[in-house]
Design a protein around this ligand. Sequence first.
Ligand SMILES: [Cu+2]
Length: 202
Amino acid sequence: VNVDAVSAVTDLLRQLRGCAAPYGLYPEVLKQYCAMRTTTRPAFITMLALLPLARISGQPGAEIVQATDMGLHSPANIEWKAGPASLPAGAKMAALEGDPTKDGPFVMRLQAPDGYHIPPHTHPKTERVTVISGKMLLAMGDNLDRSAATTLPAGTYGFWPAGMKHTAWFDGETIIQIHGVGPWQINYVNPADDPRNAKKSP
Ligand SMILES: [Cu+2]
C-alpha cells in the first residue's frame, strides 16, 4: 500500500467533508462538491473512486500505446537524415520508432561528428540516453564547463529530469539513442545558442 497516496486521499476526503480551503490538486472538484446537496455527495465520492477503473478499462492513453506494426533496424539499414533545425548543424538523426515530434513513445538516434557540441539546454521531459558508439561528455547542473564533464563511453545509459540544465560534447564520431514520450523539445539556456533563432536573423 502506498502510504503517501493513502494519506493524500484521506486528506482530500477530510477537506471535502468540511468544504475547507481548496485542496491544492483538486480545487475545481472541491468547488463542485461544496456546491452539491449533502445527499448527493456520497454518490459523487463513489464516482470519483471509480474514475481510475474507467480509465484502465477504456481507450489506452498516450502513455499506453501498443505497436500495431514492427520495426527491425540493423545498423546497416538505418536511414539517417540531416539533424533537426533545433540542433547545431552537422548531426544526423534517425527515428527508429514513433515520431519524436508527436504524442506518444519514440526511439531515435543521433549521430554526431567528432567535436560536435550541444550548448547548455533543458528539456520539458525526462531525457533518456544510451551511448551506442563513440564517446559523449556530459556536464550538468550549475557547472556546464567541459572540464567538469563526465565521460560516457559506449554502453552507457543515463537519464536526467525535466528542467535540468546540461550540455554535451562528442569525442570521435558518436551515436546516441534517445527514447521517451513525445513531443520531444529542446530549450537552450542562452537563446543565442538556438540554431532556430540564428536562422531567423539575416
Ligand atoms: Cu539534452
